[in-house]
Design a binder for this molecule. Structure first.
Ligand SMILES: [Zn+2]
Ligand SMILES: [Zn+2]
Length: 151
C-alpha cells in the first residue's frame, strides 16, 4: 500500500504535494465536528471510495447468494397419522400441520425449530440479515432493505 503524505496543503485551491503522486488535487472530507479537516490526496480518496464500493458489492452478492440458497424443505412420504415425513433437506423428520390458503399442508418441524431459534436470537439482537426468515415481522419493524430485495 502506497503512503500518501501531503505537504503544502492549500485548502483554498484544494491542492497539495503528495508523496505518492506529486502535486495533486486533494479531497476535503465533510467535517462538521473537527475544526481542522483531515485532507487526503484525491487519488487516495478515489482508492478508498473504490474499495468501499467493491466491499458493498461483495456484501450484496453474498446476501443474494444466501437468499438463493434457501433450502426448500419439500416433504414426501407424508404420514398424517404419525406426523412423520421425509424432508428433502433434513431426511426423516417430524412434521406439523400448517394451512396454506384453503389447502391443508405440512411443514418440516426440524426446519421450523431452527427457524424459531434463529428468529428469537435475531429478535433479541435486533439484527436480521435475511428478511426471508422473518415473514411475521410487521411493516414497522421490518428492516429497510426488505423492499429493495424485491419481496
Ligand atoms: Zn496522492
Ligand atoms: Zn427439513
Amino acid at each position: 500500500m502506497k503512503r500518501y503524505v501531503l505537504y503544502e496543503v492549500d485548502l483554498e485551491r484544494k491542492t497539495a504535494f503528495c508523496t505518492a503522486c506529486g502535486y495533486t488535487e486533494i479531497y476535503i472530507p465533510n467535517t462538521r465536528t473537527q475544526t481542522k479537516p483531515r485532507v487526503i490526496c484525491i487519488n487516495k480518496a478515489r482508492e478508498l471510495w473504490l474499495n468501499n464500493r467493491a466491499k458493498q458489492r461483495k456484501l450484496r452478492a453474498e446476501r443474494e447468494q444466501r437468499l438463493d440458497r434457501k433450502p426448500r424443505h419439500t416433504l414426501t412420504e407424508i404420514n398424517p397419522e404419525t406426523l412423520r415425513a421425509t424432508c428433502a433437506v433434513c431426511g426423516r423428520t417430524d412434521i406439523r400441520k400448517g394451512i396454506q390458503g384453503k389447502y391443508q399442508s405440512f411443514e418440516c418441524l426440524t426446519w421450523r425449530r431452527g427457524y424459531m431459534r434463529k428468529y428469537k436470537r435475531s429478535h433479541y439482537t435486533g439484527l436480521s440479515t435475511n428478511p426471508m426468515h422473518y415473514p411475521k415481522l410487521t411493516k414497522r419493524t421490518r428492516p429497510p432493505f426488505v423492499q429493495s430485495a424485491g419481496l
